[in-house]
Design a protein around this ligand. Structure first.
Ligand SMILES: [Mn+2]
Length: 424
């Protein structure tokens, strides 16, 4: 009998211990979800297509206000998207004070996030922007970029994000080293002009739109441009931006992330997925385990160093076929779940398995976390934050997309705009 009492007491203590551990883990996960913010791209709500043509959706946003409306809706549904990345050429009208754009965003419960200069659309950039052999094109790129810095200062943006289309199409087309040096000087000048709260993010891409060489082809080149631009500056404010779609097949992106985290040189992400090249598919639609592995490295870094790496999580996707708002909610919902899963990895057990060289045990710890169904945890967090329990379901059953389609078609008609497919 005494033994039974003892056994029951142990069981009770164990169960209580497990409950305490469970509630501690839950509160850590809730904290992680509270801290998880992912920025939406204004361009992700507009009509897009491929170089072969554009396909229109009645509900797509065609004004900056409509883009903010849509981003605001995604934020209302998910609680995770308080800011919107803007493209200066597309979202700011000439003569309009940038603070008007801030007010427009605030009207829909979102703020202005990263500022994206447009250094690829104008005819003058045919041979490149900062790397162009034409000094007038380089000057135009600098003037536009400094305008963007000023806009960023006025709207109190924390990030200036660069993606360049610069590159060449044929061997011998231009002097690659001259292009590199002009680009180094340009980034440095911009970095010196930025207000102290701003961080410059430099994105890389191995190919497209240039097909022979790209001036910032990979993370190593981006790293070198960042180092040069920030050398001699107190505090590093120029960092690499990893766009998950901008890698060759089978590149180990989480390795790049771990390496850059340790160097203190990663500033943020553009999340998307792809089957072949830079397809801008919704996050995790092809390989959610790959996104989990990236989050795993970030959580591991925070565990090892005790520091939050303060990364800018952003979505960079254009949805040609899916309704844009649905695709965004789908991406954010999955990002939240994968982020939670990365927090489930037993880091102490992983360290022990790694130390012992127990490869299978180490791998299983990652797989166990990845395979854990966390939908109920995310639902509980949503309930506690008074958010819709199923944001995508709520959006789909609300009929809001059909309503926006009717409203926006009528508005386009009233403005005399016609949606016409264009073909290359
Ligand atoms: Mn990108």
């Amino acid at each position: 009998m005494v033994w039974v009492h003892y056994k029951m007491a142990v069981l009770y203590a164990n169960a209580r211990g497990a409950l305490v551990m469970k509630s501690q883990r839950m509160s850590r996960i809730f904290e992680a979800l509270d801290s998880f913010e992912i920025e939406l791209p204004s361009w992700g709500f507009a009509d897009t297509g491929t170089r072969f043509g554009k396909f229109f959706q009645e509900a797509s946003a065609s004004t900056t206000e409509e883009k903010f409306h849509d981003a605001g809706l995604v934020h209302q549904l998910t609680g995770a998207c308080p800011t919107v990345a803007v493209h200066v050429r597309w979202d700011f009208k000439t003569g309009q004070h940038p603070r008007e754009v801030v007010r427009l965003a605030e009207k829909y419960g979102v703020g202005i996030g990263s500022i994206n200069p447009n250094l690829f659309q104008d005819q003058c950039y045919k041979l490149g922007s900062f790397c162009s052999p034409d000094a007038a094109a380089r000057r135009a790129a600098m003037t536009h970029t400094l305008d963007c810095v000023e806009i960023g200062r006025l709207v109190k943006s924390k990030y200036l994000t660069f993606w360049l289309g610069d590159g060449t199409n044929y061997p011998g087309q231009d002097n690659i080293v001259r292009r590199k040096r002009d680009l180094q000087r340009a980034f440095r000048r911009v970095a010196e002009t930025m207000p102290s709260r701003m961080t410059m993010l430099i994105e890389y891409k191995p190919f497209e739109p240039a097909f022979y060489h790209t001036d910032i082809a990979d993370w190593g080149m981006a790293y070198v441009f960042c180092k040069y631009a920030s050398s001699g500056m107190r505090g590093r404010r120029v960092k690499v931006l990893v766009d998950t779609g901008h890698h060759y097949q089978s590149v180990n992106i989480e390795h790049i992330v771990a390496f850059l985290l340790d160097e203190g040189m990663i500033g943020g992400f553009h999340f998307n997925d792809r089957k072949y090249a830079d397809d801008d598919l919704t996050l995790g639609s092809i390989d959610p385990y790959a996104t989990f592995r990236i989050f795993n490295q970030i959580v591991q870094h925070a565990f090892d160093t005790g520091k939050d790496p303060k990364l800018a999580y952003m979505i960079d996707q254009s949805h040609n076929l899916k309704p844009k708002i649905e695709a965004m909610v789908q991406s954010v919902d999955l990002a939240q779940r994968l982020f939670v899963k990365a927090h489930l990895v037993d880091r102490k057990a992983l360290a022990r398995a790694q130390q012992k060289g127990d490869v299978v045990a180490a791998e299983r710890l990652l797989q166990d976390a990845y395979e854990t169904d966390v939908r109920h945890v995310v639902r509980d967090w949503r309930a506690s934050r008074k958010l819709p329990l199923d944001p995508l379901g709520e959006l789909r059953s609300s009929g809001v997309i059909n309503h926006l389609g009717r409203q926006r078609s009528a508005a386009r008609k009233a403005r005399g705009e016609v949606q016409v497919a264009s073909y290359a």
